[in-house]
Ligand binder design. Structure first.
Ligand SMILES: [Zn+2]
Length: 350
């Protein structure tokens, strides 16, 4: 059995064709080209995607909003706001994005593999239940988590958002519930303006939203420490049945929007640590779903390192992971503050 399942579909390029946009079809071509790298040959298996139905989209979105997106079908250009536009085929492409997450999760639940990678457009984590924003139409990862609950009776899903921006839409979708543990690390203050330390969930969901707001310029080891000292222990206490990763490539050091300093090797390290967490808590089940990333070079180079780790092609120097584990305490203040707040909810952090 190959370790990794992948969706590979050229139709994701049919959204925002022939208009100038940062979130453009070249981003898809950049990540699909990585799949052809010789080091990955024979190490992943393709899964055929389907389109999500309007009824399925309603697991997260309001019928009125779904209808508003549907009505853009066939229109050469429609703007939901200054950032978020559609072209003729965008509605179907966005349904394909959601459906591809469903198809891949079905295969994982059949036991065909433990790991998945879904390179899709448009991204999803900014999409609110009733509103398009931040280049996102439907919330792919939130719908994936709901689908697991509705169709595969999964009780606990952990979503880890490593995009440089806060996953506001995903947070909204699960703010009141303990069925999804949402963890986001992101620049703050920055777009979309949410994701402060005090946003921890509400009612039954209190303690099941973890925000790690960060100033500009954090690099490989800072993000690795967040996973090692916070995310990993919390995952052990929560015991999710799967980890879903909102995988933005805009932490990359030369990204046009992200303002962070993560190298391609840093992406390999983050992936390795997330894989280790998944091995420890949920039999290795983990799916990476693409979000932002606006440097084509960054998507190619970071995407390659993520995929190599997912395919068990070792590229990391041993001392990089050892160095992290030798540092006994979380060193930087942003992480200390988050632990200070979250230890009220998580015994393991006390
Ligand atoms: Zn982003």
């Amino acid at each position: 059995m190959q370790p990794l399942l992948v969706i590979k579909d050229e139709r994701f390029a049919h959204h925002l064709e022939q208009i100038f946009h940062l979130e453009n079809p070249k981003r898809l071509q950049a990540i699909l080209s990585v799949l052809e790298e010789p080091s990955l040959a024979g190490k992943w298996t393709e899964v055929a995607p389907r389109l999500a139905s309007p009824q399925e989209l309603a697991m997260v979105h309001t019928p009125d909003y779904i209808e508003r997106v549907a009505r853009t079908s066939g229109m050469p250009l429609f703007a939901f706001d200054l950032d978020t536009q559609t072209t003729e085929k965008s509605y179907d492409v966005a349904r394909l994005a959601v459906g591809s997450v469903f198809s891949l999760l079905d295969e994982i639940w059949k036991g065909r593999a433990d790991r998945g990678f879904v390179p899709l457009r448009p991204p999803g984590h900014h999409a609110e239940p009733d509103r398009a924003m931040g280049f996102c139409l439907f919330n792919n990862i939130a719908l994936g988590a709901r689908y697991l609950k509705e169709c595969h009776s999964v009780e606990r899903v952990m979503i880890v958002d490593i995009d440089a921006h806060h996953g506001n839409g995903t947070q909204t979708a699960f703010y009141d519930t303990d069925a999804v543990l949402f963890v986001s690390m992101h620049g703050f203050p920055a777009f979309p303006g949410t994701g402060s330390l005090g946003e921890v969930g509400r009612k039954k969901g209190e303690g099941f939203t973890i925000n790690i707001p960060l100033g500009k310029g954090h690099g490989d080891m800072d993000f690795a420490r967040i996973i090692h000292f916070l995310l990993n222990p919390v995952a052990r206490e929560y015991q999710p049945e799967i980890i879903l990763v909102s995988c933005g490539f805009d932490l990359y050091m030369h990204d046009r929007l992200g303002a962070m300093q993560v190298s391609p090797e840093g992406y390999a390290l983050l992936t390795r640590l997330l894989l280790e967490t998944a091995e420890n808590v949920c039999n290795g089940r983990i799916v990476f779903i693409m979000e932002g990333g606006y440097s084509l070079k960054g998507i190619r180079e970071c995407g390659l390192r993520v995929l190599q780790e997912l395919c068990n092609v070792p590229t990391l120097r041993r001392d990089k992971t050892d160095k992290l584990k030798l540092h006994g305490v979380p060193r930087f203040s942003a992480l200390k503050k988050v632990i200070g707040i979250q230890k009220k909810y998580w015994k393991i952090l006390r």
